[in-house]
Design a protein around this ligand. Structure first.
Ligand code: MG
Length: 393
């Protein structure tokens, strides 16, 4: 089976509400574009991926050229090396290209799986759980959007997440890094975290992500850690930039104040596992590692999990910005990864990819379908998006 047709289509995915600032960037807003790549074969099957990681400032023309030279005319079976039904690496002819365009390998898993009627989950090693936990990742600086309510606004949105079935959520912090005076920002972060805990009750995981907002202010970070002890934070993400001395200092603060939170980071590692992160892992200074699921790609994640075996570090792939496609991509990975913790759920409204699998008690049901289990609603696609579908045959 050969790839005979490729297309690129921008499809906006919408959040159910406006998302505010984080520590470094202004309001995320209501929507984000998904650059959908479709590759069809002469055997009538189709694979998809998201080219968002290539299209940050990219041009459609360049993307089409890249897809044409990499994939057009290629045998589906030549995309991946598979032994005993499990992927062991890229196909020899595409190995070099896949190293620099790692977002493309999700398409290879999808297409190979559909061509052979096996799931991406089994290509990734097989199912290790029946449900994949997910967390609501939409709690940005929502207090800035409704200043008169302040921290209460975030608490209300946390209560809504619980009512929607979530059992875990992530709160953006680091307000003092840019948008507020450092001391006042730390205070607001604390108020938000304590308010959210009160709103969701016990038996609910709270993750905290500062996007490096406490850089150069370890004194305020220590205040934050001490004052949020009653909220029992499950993980602390990117409180400061990855750095061995800084993470050692955080471990000491945790020991001093009795914080049991996991320390996690790695979404900014563009060539994982790079040197600083290797040191953090070897020295036991982080508990979770977060290269992006689509940006790092499945093939790199297979290598990462191999390298993490024997350590205590768990797989927590970053997913924000991958849209609805990212939910499907992370679901397949989470179903097959032994140390996976939780899917970063943007709560995108479903569009051409149709409904997500059933979601109950904070987790998605694992459905083993060919490939990634993504199919396109062709009527909707033709009606709304096909006029901006750029094709090459
Ligand atoms: Mg993050």
């Amino acid at each position: 089976m050969k790839i005979t047709e490729i297309s690129v289509t921008p499809v906006p995915s919408y959040y159910p509400k406006e998302l505010g600032k984080n520590a470094f960037s202004d309001n995320i807003g209501l929507q984000r574009l998904e650059w959908i790549v479709r590759a069809r074969t002469d055997g009538g099957v189709e694979g998809v991926t998201s080219a968002n990681r290539a299209m940050g400032r990219g041009r459609v023309e360049d993307l089409i050229t890249l897809l044409k030279t990499t994939l057009l005319g290629r045998e589906v079976d030549s995309l991946l090396q598979v032994q005993n039904g499990v992927v062991t690496g890229p196909g020899a002819d595409v190995a070099r290209t896949f190293r620099s365009t790692r977002w493309m390998d999700a398409l290879a898993f999808d297409l190979y799986g559909k061509a052979h009627n096996v799931s991406a989950i089994s290509l990734l090693g097989g199912k290790v759980r029946d449900t994949v936990p997910a967390y609501d990742t939409t709690l940005y600086f929502q207090d800035f959007l409704v200043p008169e309510k302040g921290a209460k606004q975030v608490a209300e949105e946390a209560a809504e997440a619980k009512a929607a079935g979530y059992r875990a959520l992530k709160i953006k912090t680091g307000r003092g890094g840019r948008w507020m005076m450092p001391e006042a920002g730390m205070r607001r972060d604390v108020d938000v975290v304590l308010g959210v805990r009160e709103a969701v009750g016990e038996d609910f995981h709270i993750y905290v992500d500062a996007n490096f907002g406490y850089d150069d202010r370890l004194d305020l970070l220590e205040d934050f850690i001490r004052e949020t002890i009653p909220a029992n934070i499950y993980w602390l993400e990117e409180m400061i930039t990855h750095d061995v001395a800084g993470y050692r200092a955080m471990r000491e603060m945790q020991a001093k104040h009795g914080s049991k939170a996991l320390l996690v980071c790695g979404e900014t590692d563009r060539d994982p596992i790079s040197e600083t992160f290797r040191h953090l892992i070897e020295d036991g200074l982080i508990d979770g590692y977060q290269p992006d699921i689509v940006g790092a790609g499945y093939l790199r994640w297979i290598e990462i999990e191999g390298a993490l075996r024997g350590t205590e570090v768990r797989s927590i792939p970053h997913n924000f910005g991958n849209g609805t496609f990212g939910t499907f991509a992370t679901l397949a990975f989470g179903a097959a990864s032994r140390t996976f913790v939780s899917l970063e759920d943007e709560r995108n409204l479903p569009h051409i990819f149709g409904p997500f699998p059933p979601f109950r008690d904070g987790a998605y049901q694992v459905e083993e379908c060919p490939g990634l289990g993504v199919s396109i609603d062709e009527d909707l696609f033709q009606a709304k998006y096909a006029l901006h579908e750029w094709q090459v045959e």
